[in-house]
Write a protein that binds this ligand. Structure first.
Ligand code: P6P
Length: 351
């Protein structure tokens, strides 16, 4: 494998081609899909950057499957991704946070062997106040017979992913992805319109500096979760206190912690009994990336990548980031689950 450093000028397209060479059996379909996703990211970045100027700020009167008012940029980002990938012949179906059901490939387009699941614009409630937002995507192979994708193809555990990535539209636009050969970051050079390799082989520190959690739910967490957060804050004397950093935009919080070391937690609480974040197109892809960077991710009971999905938009509790800190979550929450005590299982997964 060619070892790249951040100083070599490598476009994402060239990097994808070199990665493809690591798989002699590769047909180039996955590479083509990744190119299309990089193009979609550039198009969404353009819209996000100009959102303050054009009349696309603010909510539409549409509601998405989550019952949330759709931000206009959400709608645009969803359309951009679908139109960028639906005709390339690499996909047999798609699923989006913004659409209730599977997105079929139009009859007049050829179907391929992959399924794409994505959150087109995560954190969209932050759009109007200029807080970084992000796109998250996950790619799995079709496992059912026939040419068109089915729900069974979508409901695969995260360990079956063949690729995962996110785009953060922040002070710069970055795309981070993995195909199982490490996690690699590319920064968009707006003057070239190219994603250039800036963070080859990302490694996340074993011990986190930052704790990203919404403390306003503290009273709604089960006691083991409260104890875990006190541990992270050094209140029980067993750990150097972590600094709290919480943007309220998953991709922004995750990205900072990936590079600097940290733990992002969205536990189940009385308001979100199964957590708030989505398994298939938020927790699973970010878990694939963090494990490729030496980190870990759990729902409090098991590895996120081992969770067997049952519904397209199911939610999951999420503890993700530096390995030692995720191990602490498993030790303190998994024990509660193993003891079978009366508390509701913290990592219980459901719709
Ligand atoms: P809360 C944004 O709405 C989002 O889906 C994630 O991006 C973010 O991490 C989380 O919700 C924030 O949720 O309940 O802390 O506002």
């Amino acid at each position: 494998m060619v070892k790249h450093t951040a100083t070599s000028v490598v476009t994402i397209e060239r990097f994808i081609i070199e990665q493809e060479k690591l798989h002699p059996e590769a047909t180039g379909e996955l590479s083509g899909l990744l190119y299309d996703l990089a193009l979609a990211a550039k198009m969404i970045a353009n819209k996000v950057r100009s959102a303050g100027l054009a009349d696309i700020l603010g909510a539409t009167d549409l509601e998405n499957v989550q019952g949330e008012t759709q931000q206009k940029l959400d709608v645009l980002a969803n359309e951009i991704i679908v139109k960028a990938v639906d005709h390339g012949g690499r996909l047999c179906a798609m699923a989006s946070e913004e659409e209730p059901d599977i997105i079929e490939i139009p009859e007049n387009f050829r179907c391929g062997k992959y399924c794409l699941l994505f959150d087109p614009l995560d954190g969209s409630s932050n759009i109007d106040v200029n807080v970084p937002v992000g796109t998250i995507f996950s790619v799995v192979r079709k496992i059912t017979r026939g040419s068109r994708g089915e729900m069974e193809d979508m409901l695969q555990p995260g360990r079956r992913q063949v690729a995962a990535g996110y785009v953060i539209y922040g002070s710069s636009t970055m795309l981070v992805y993995t195909t199982g050969q490490g996690a690699h970051g590319f920064t968009l050079d707006p003057s070239l319109g190219e994603f250039l390799l800036s963070h080859p082989n990302i490694r996340t520190p074993d011990v986190g500096r930052y704790l990203s959690v919404n403390d306003s739910y503290h009273s709604q967490w089960e006691p083991p979760v409260q104890n875990l957060m006190n541990y992270y804050r050094g209140q029980d004397g067993n750990r150097q206190p972590m600094n709290t950093r919480y943007v309220g935009s998953l991709v922004a919080d995750f990205h900072r912690n990936l590079l600097g070391g940290g733990l992002f937690a969205y536990p189940a609480n009385r308001r979100n009994k199964h957590g708030k974040l989505r398994l298939l197109y938020e927790a699973s892809p970010l878990s694939f990336i963090v494990e490729q960077a030496g980190g870990a991710a759990t729902d409090g009971i098991q590895r996120i990548l081992d969770v067997q999905p049952t519904e397209l938009h199911q939610r999951t509790p999420l503890f993700i980031g530096s390995k030692n800190d995720v191990d602490a979550a498993l030790a303190m929450l998994g024990a509660q689950h193993k003891s079978g005590d009366s508390l509701a299982p913290v990592g219980s997964v459901g719709a």
